[in-house]
Design a binder for this molecule. Structure first.
Ligand code: PMP
Length: 513
């Protein structure tokens, strides 16, 4: 494998074989990276300008925050970075910390701030509703809910027209599980290995990430099946996925005859004949697997899997918690990118731009089977605040052409990161669609083994120090997840790519020492 740092003279192109480290004697190696340092190839890239000035931070001192956290919040610290980032304010794609440092937010919470932090139109809608009516229960009517569901329903194909509003993605998936069981009269539900569909006791059955699973009994009637991951899995090639960037694996499949898909469907059939009852309740899938590092399946897989599920009496549930609301660019919903029509769709995160709200959308038939058998109520779901905000989010996505922006800027970014992948041996894969981009870090491209977590941590931390916030994903936390607010620009992308390149050069430099 040839490592080429394009900014260096051609003579400095290096043979890295499979290790990712330039293959030279150690002293030469060091000399090379010292020259990189001297040339300042990893100097801090310049951040695009921003005309917003944050308020002065006047709250708790940093150390006090750490103390309070330790005393009163969950003992398991989930924060990124050894010195967690204390945020103070947000404006569109920007975040500001307590010291006034500015960051380009390329993770938007966790794929949540869909249209931009404190978007002025969404803020105005929230403030208007705040002064009018905060809350009333479902025993009374209020127009924001009717206005909202009408707007949302237009965006979904027939017969997906009945909407249940809830408060979180886990709650939406809980409800979808109950609906699938009530409608089918069956129990078993299948989901992919590597999937995350929530961490309520019910949805933990669908979540197949070992270290997140509950040690106590949970998830009765839930079965996992192999995730058709065309990069890390046993099968995959260079034309399997719906993305401007394909894997580095080679294949000789004829057009429309993806061998990887055929093999993964065989695995799916195997699950259906070995691990579930004769009839099943349903199958849950995300259009692109989120928490597992934006994993994409072979084209046509979901379509065939849906047919097999329906043959077994099950319903097909698509979790659009991360993929929905235009993020994938080519379509408003992820399921449309697979050419499938689900029976139930769940959504959360981007739906409220960070305000807690979620929804389950289904057919009149399933809604009827469910309500006939099961009482359903929640105090806050579909409240006036959530609905006013949800309406404003939908309007902003349309008025500001954010789906189109996801497509254009996302494709631009994918192609830029694909070039970095070709330059650096430790970037194994770049994938995704629109503004949902995964960068999987590996020891080397031949083995595709994950880059050790501490090394990924350091690259992550270096990006943060240069003002770029990205997320992490994957079973080994080996994948960087990029899912910014959909308002970002190509200028922001240029900055992010430069930061990433700089962090990788610093990484190579550390390795060579
Ligand atoms: N489904 C998916 C795909 C998710 O990514 C998440 C959250 N990460 C959930 C469901 C659960 O959503 P919530 O955290 O709002 O309960």
């Amino acid at each position: 494998m040839i490592l080429v740092c394009r900014r260096l003279p051609r003579a400095l192109s290096l043979d890295t074989s499979s290790s990712g480290i330039p293959k030279m004697c150690p002293s030469l190696n060091r000399a090379w990276w010292t020259s990189v340092t001297k040339l300042s190839l990893h100097t801090k890239p310049r951040m695009p300008p921003c005309d917003f000035t944050p308020e002065r931070y006047q709250s708790l001192a940093y150390n006090r925050v750490l103390e309070i956290h330790k005393q009163h919040l969950s003992p398991k610290l989930e924060a990124y970075f050894p010195k967690p980032l204390l945020l103070h304010q947000g404006h569109m794609q920007w975040l500001f910390d307590y010291e006034g440092n500015r960051y380009l937010d390329f993770f938007s919470g966790i794929v949540t701030v869909s249209v931009g932090h404190c978007h002025p139109k969404v803020n105005a809608a929230a403030q208007k509703q705040l002064g009018r009516l905060w809350h009333t229960s479902t025993f009374f009517f209020h127009p924001p809910i009717h206005e909202y569901v009408e707007k949302l329903a237009v965006l979904l194909p027939e017969p997906l027209k009945v909407i249940f509003l809830v408060n979180s993605g886990s709650e939406a998936n809980d409800l979808a599980m109950t609906m699938a069981r009530a409608h089918s009269n069956n129990t078993d539900i299948i989901s992919f290995r590597g999937a995350y569909h929530g961490c309520s006791p019910y949805t933990l059955g669908l979540t197949n990430i070992g270290h997140l699973k509950m040690e106590l009994a949970s998830g009765i009637g839930c079965q996992s099946t192999m995730c058709p991951d065309v990069f890390r899995g046993p099968w995959g090639g260079d034309r399997c996925r719906d993305s401007p960037v394909q894997t580095i694996r080679k294949c000789s499949c004829a057009p429309d005859c993806c061998q990887a898909k055929v093999q993964y469907i065989e695995q799916f059939k195997d699950t259906l004949i070995t691990s579930v009852a004769k009839s099943i309740a349903g199958f849950f899938a995300e259009p692109i697997q989120g928490v597992n590092g934006f994993v994409q399946y072979p084209k046509g897989f979901l379509k065939e899997a849906f047919e097999l599920v329906r043959e077994k009496g099950g319903v097909c549930i698509v979790d659009e918690v991360q993929t929905g609301f235009g993020r994938l660019g080519s379509h408003f919903w992820g399921f449309q990118t697979h050419g499938v029509l689900p029976d139930i769709v769940t959504m959360a995160k981007g739906i409220g731009n960070g305000f807690p709200m979620a929804a389950v959308v289904t057919t009149p038939e399933i809604a009827k089977s469910f309500t006939k058998r099961q009482f359903h109520f929640n105090t806050f779901g579909g409240g006036p605040m959530a609905c006013a905000i949800g309406s404003a989010v939908l309007e902003v996505i349309k008025e500001e052409n954010l789906q189109e922006n996801s497509q254009e800027v996302g494709t631009y970014m994918l192609l830029k990161f694909a070039k970095l992948r070709d330059e650096f041996e430790i970037i194994g894969d770049v994938r995704g669609k629109g503004l949902m981009i995964g960068i999987e870090m590996v020891k080397d491209k031949t083995s595709r083994q994950p880059l050790p977590c501490e090394e990924v941590n350091q690259i992550h931390e270096d990006c943060r120090h240069m003002g770029l916030l990205v997320g992490r994903g994957g079973i080994f936390s080996q994948t960087f997840r990029i899912a910014p607010s959909m308002c970002i620009t190509k200028c922001d992308v240029n900055f992010a790519v430069e930061v990433f390149r700089s962090a990788l050069i610093q990484h190579m430099e550390r390795r060579a020492k």
